[in-house]
Structure formats: structure tokens, C-alpha cells
Design a protein around this ligand. Sequence first.
Ligand SMILES: Nc1nc2c(ncn2[C@@H]2O[C@H](COP(=O)(O)OP(=O)(O)OP(=O)(O)O)[C@@H](O)[C@H]2O)c(=O)[nH]1
Ligand SMILES: [Mg+2]
Length: 364
Amino acid sequence: MSNCVLGSLLRAQPSLVLIANTAPICFMRRTFSSRTNVSSNTSRSKGKAAYVPNTTVEALKEAVKTGRDEALSNRQLFARLHPEQKTIDMLDMYRLGIEKQGKYDRKRWFHYREPEVKLPHLSFFAGAQQTQSFPSETLPEIAFVGRSNVGKSTLVNQLCGSTAARTSNKPGLTQQLNFYTANNDFHLIDMPGYGFAFAKEEAKNSWLSVIESYIHNRRTLQRVMVLLDARHGIKVNDRDLLEVLERTNTKYQFVLTKCDLVYRTHLAKLHLLVSNEASQSRHCVDRVMLVSARDKAGLNSLRKEIVHICNIGEKYLTKEYYKNEHIAGTEYSKQLQLYHDTARSKGGKHQPASKGHKKQSCTL
Ligand SMILES: Nc1nc2c(ncn2[C@@H]2O[C@H](COP(=O)(O)OP(=O)(O)OP(=O)(O)O)[C@@H](O)[C@H]2O)c(=O)[nH]1
Ligand SMILES: [Mg+2]
């Protein structure tokens, strides 16, 4: 375990990380006990986990280049990001993120009625706490990894409309690799989380080495879904996992979870940062997925991704499905047009968020 990279999470040492390779800002790698950030200069971010992912973002670079913005905190730099309009439109369409309520609130009007991709129910068939207990390699496998409590087990359940995986609001419930089969078409693997968890140190060390061994050796593993909490983005201990994935030439993809807990504009900015990260990584799929298991938003896109990864598209995405999808898309465009026309005729911009709307805290 001493040479296990993931194991280093548990004895993290402060070290310097450069943003965007060239940007003259550095920040202290946080340990679990010390959560200070040297580039944060606002009292608001003091003591909080203000974290800028180690990624190249034109807006951030631009802000740094001007010189006058060098003293800005990560949070302020993040606030200056400008996501593309098409990202915001996509979030609107799939109703991801909290929408600021306005006079012409789209929720009251219409939404995109996407036909559902129905995946078979899951059944549990193996649990592994050590490498020798892995079941034999038969069907294509997709693994779900991420920090404890990020929503792995919940997502596995929601994708297949099942309750097979146990979930809890207490980090550290899943303590072994759980293998689920979906109608003998593919396997989904729910992994234990890394980072903070209510479990013994030795147990956490052993999960990490088993996860690493699984990623390294499993020939049927098609993709690793790296789940990131939309409130937090990429954290230091995620980076250690990404290093393992890159080193073992494993194909992986980011999934932003709990999108119902952040505002849509925040989500669009985070999407920009994480997409940037994905496009710079050799083995990362350049398509960031966004989901909310609570609101059941974005799940369908992830289901389609799974079906494509496992090459079972013709079974689940029939001609009928594409026809319904086309009808729903056309209807949505019509309603959107009507919405814009009405808003314009009433002199209309959206009203600001209502006073009673509770703002969610985030640690970016
Ligand atoms: N609001 C919200 N809560 C969610 C969402 N997904 C999961 N949760 C909640 O997050 C908590 C953790 O969910 P789990 O699925 O058990 O998390 P996990 O990643 O499997 O956690 P470990 O097994 O400890 O690694 C539960 O209370 C879930 O109800 C989501 O999309 N939105
Ligand atoms: Mg779990």
C-alpha cells in the first residue's frame, strides 16, 4: 500500500499546484484538517474551501494577465467566467440547476418532455473487498467512482429505476465494490468513496488499493464515471484518482451530481471548467454529464451514454424512440419561441430571483 497513489490521499502533504500550467497563481493543497487557501484574500472565503480546479480557462488566464486582477480570490475569478450561451440553453432544456424565479418562469410554462430510455432493473451479484473476490470478466462494465457521499449509489439506482444499491446521507456506507447486472446486458459497479468517510483508516486504505487494482486489471471495464459534486467541483483527492486513471490508460468521464443544489449560472461555469479539464486530459471523454438524481434530470443522457458505451444501442434506442425524441424536440422549440415572443411583447426581461429563495452554499 505504501506505493499506492490513492493511499497518498490519507497522508496528504501540503504542496504547490500551479493553475493553468502558466498562470502565476499558486495555492496550497489542502489536507483534511487544514482548509486554507493562500490565494484567497477575502474574509468571506477565509477558512472555507475556495478551490480553483487546475485547468486552463481563457477567462481566468485573461484576468490574471491584466495584472490588476492578480489579487482576486479564486471565488472572484470563478465569478468572472463567461460560459457559452449554448451551455445555459442546454441546462435550461434539461432543467439542471436552480432556476432563478422570474415573472416568465419557464417552470410554469413548459419543459422538454424527453422520452425515457428504459434500462432493465439491477440485481446485485457480487461484492468484493479484495482483489481475489472480483467476479469473472464477462459483460461490459461501467464503474462509478468519486468522493464519499457524492451520490454514486443513488445514481446507480436511479439510472435503472432500481433500489438495489443502499444509500445514506452519512459518508462511507458503501464499503466494497458492488457488482450489479442489468438483464445480462452490462454490469454497473458501485465503488466505495474516497475522502472523508465514517470508517476506519485501515478499511479506507484497503478500499483504495482494491479500487486501484480493479481499474488497473479489469479487461471488461469500458469506462469509469468520475462523479463530482456540483457544489464542489474537482477536489484534491479527485486529482489523485485522475492520476491513476491516466497512468493506467483507463477511459473515464466526468459526471456532475446533485445539480439541483446549485444555481444554473454556477453550474454553467463549473461545466466550463470541468469541460476544459476533460479536453486537456488524454484519457478523459470530452463530454461532461450533468445529473440530479433528486429531480431526475440529466439521467436520460447518461443512460444513452451507457447504452452506446456497451454497444447495445439498437436494443434500447429503437426507431420509435428516435421518432418520439424528434417530436419532443420540435415541441420544445415551438414552446421556447412562444415564450420568447410573449416575454418580448410584455417588455420582458426575467425578474430577479424572489427574496424568499434560499441560496445554497458552495465551496468553489
Ligand atoms: N439533493 C440531492 N441529493 C442527492 C443526490 N444524489 C444523492 N443525493 C443524496 O446524497 C447522499 C449520499 O448519497 P449516496 O448515493 O449514498 O452517496 P455515495 O457516493 O454512494 O456515498 P458512499 O457510499 O458513502 O461513498 C444521500 O443522502 C442522497 O439522498 C442528488 O442528485 N441531489
Ligand atoms: Mg454508496
